[in-house]
Design a protein around this ligand. Structure first.
Ligand SMILES: C[S@@+](CC[C@H](N)C(=O)[O-])C[C@H]1O[C@@H](n2cnc3c(N)ncnc32)[C@H](O)[C@@H]1O
Length: 368
């Protein structure tokens, strides 16, 4: 249970109530188990890590500006930087490439993710990025041993964020800097919404290496609630092949046409059929049913929590990704891209520095 003590639980949604009755989920205490099932994150579309940057992609301007921002946030003379929850190596790998003088160390509690990151570093020939399997709530590093720390959409995936903030404060030297992006619940534009995500996974039972375990199919239902700020994620693991595969791929085709949020299918209008109606057919085939509840937060909450964990300064800033995306969109609309594309790296570096200096409530920078 990670909900703040004393916060009332929202009543279950129709889908939650159905799942609890017909496919009773085991409660997970950590997001690690979900990330462990993924052979790769983002379907191997992660910019730089799997797909080289293209100035013709708005998303790549956003991603490259975010990396420039992480680089700009590190203190002068920084030598050792920690990446919490790198997934497939983001931001650690592009950061290590853009700042060869840095030694970047990524920690992820999923053995599969740490192995994928290590393989990606080798493929990209980045000798200055290393990865280890470790939980950010219990970092295997000496106090004051890092000059900087970065985290992208990972701190909110931990079940004990305060313990993680205290650990990051411990391993950073005085004057060390933490730069964080996260799912910002201040930006949730509805009191709550529901999404479904369908993907193919691998179970580790056979092998610890990504891509080598037993092939499975995953149905995941997430409910995001503004107040109290939380996300509940239900995961059904299904066998590959047969009826489950047929239902799963039909659902994927339907989901592909639906509106999306957080990269997932929004359960609204005709797509509500991907809720209980689909579950009635999928649940009897499930190999496993779990639920994970994660606390979510707003920027003011994170700023206060980091100060309480021992950071001397913490403040909200603008988001470099949004600045980068808007910049690229304007250029593409005005046919100005051909002129600017050759100076892609310099321009994203400028955008990264701008976001860091611009007060806002999209990302946080904190000084130990
Ligand atoms: C949404 S993914 C983000 C991955 C990557 N940073 C990116 O932006 O593509 C969240 C990552 O946090 C990791 N994670 C979950 N709990 C963690 C913990 N306690 N300590 C460190 N990382 C954790 C997950 O295993 C996963 O790799």
């Amino acid at each position: 249970m990670v909900n703040a003590p004393g916060l009332p639980e929202p009543p279950f949604s129709e889908i939650e109530a159905w799942l609890r009755e017909h496919a009773p989920p085991r409660r997970r205490e950590s997001a690690r188990a979900i990330y462990e099932l993924q052979p790769s994150q983002s379907n191997r579309q992660l910019s730089f890590v799997y797909v080289p940057y293209s100035p013709l992609s708005e998303g790549h301007w956003a991603d490259a500006a975010r990396i420039a921002d992480y680089a700009a946030a590190m203190p002068a003379g920084a030598a050792r930087v920690l990446d919490i929850g790198p997934g497939d190596g983001w931001p650690s790998l592009p950061l290590a490439a853009s700042r060869p003088e840095l030694d970047v160390v990524g920690v992820d509690p999923s053995a599969v993710r740490a192995a994928v990151c290590t393989a990606n570093a080798a493929r990209l020939e980045l000798a200055n990025a290393r990865f280890a399997q470790a939980d950010a709530a219990l970092l295997p590093f000496a106090a004051g041993s890092f000059d900087g720390a970065v985290a992208a959409s990972s701190l909110e995936e931990t079940d004990s964020p305060e313990a993680v903030f205290a650990e990051i404060a411990r391993v950073l030297r005085p004057g060390g800097v933490l730069r964080v992006s996260y799912q910002n619940w201040g930006r949730l534009d509805a009191p709550e919404f529901e999404t479904v995500n369908l993907w193919g996974g691998r179970r580790r039972a056979v092998s610890r290496e990504a891509g080598k375990g037993e092939r499975v199919l995953v149905y995941s239902y997430a409910r995001r609630v503004q107040e109290p700020p939380l996300e509940r994620r239900y995961t059904l693991v299904l066998p590959a092949g047969g009826e489950a595969e047929r239902l799963h791929s039909d659902a994927l085709m339907t989901a592909a046409q639906a509106p999306r949020a957080y990269g997932e299918t929004l359960l609204e209008g005709p797509w509500a059929a991907l809720g209980v109606p689909l579950l009635r057919r999928l649940a009897p085939l499930a190999l496993d049913s779990t639920v994970l509840e994660l606390r979510r937060w707003t920027t003011p909450w994170l700023v206060a929590a980091l100060r309480a964990a021992g950071f001397s300064q913490a403040r909200g800033t603008a988001h470099p990704g949004e600045l980068g995306r808007h910049f690229a969109r304007d250029l593409l609309a005005s046919d100005g891209m051909a002129e600017v594309a050759p100076s892609f790296e310099q321009t994203v570096a400028d955008i990264g520095r701008t976001a860091l200096a611009l007060p806002g409530d999209e990302m946080v920078v904190a000084v130990r």
